[in-house]
Design a protein. Structure first.
Length: 94
């Protein structure tokens, strides 16, 4: 069991700060974990959707390899949040 999950499951008995001290985690880390739950759920859903798209592509077209994948990827316009943050970092480095 995740330490943060433990605190979330038992936070009705004692304050989060007390559990954090006992388990040796920063209570601010716990709150960051709680606030990140929707983003992790959205990312998991996006991963499931992407995996389904890949399966659909490979059932229709059994062409494997970089050129075929590249052509298909160029037709998709959606980018993942991590891709955007990586391009932002490279743009600022100039």
């Amino acid at each position: 069991m995740n330490r943060f999950r433990f605190v979330a499951d038992h936070s009705d008995a004692y304050p989060v700060k007390r559990y954090a001290r006992f388990i040796d985690i920063a209570h601010s880390s716990y709150y960051a974990w709680v606030n990140g739950v929707p983003m992790r759920a959205a990312r998991a859903a996006a991963d499931v959707e992407l995996a389904q798209q890949i399966r659909d592509i490979h059932t229709v077209d059994n062409t494997y390899g970089r050129p075929a994948d590249h052509r298909r990827d160029q037709s998709r316009t959606t980018r993942r949040p991590t891709d955007l943050s990586q391009t932002d970092r490279t743009d600022h480095a100039r």
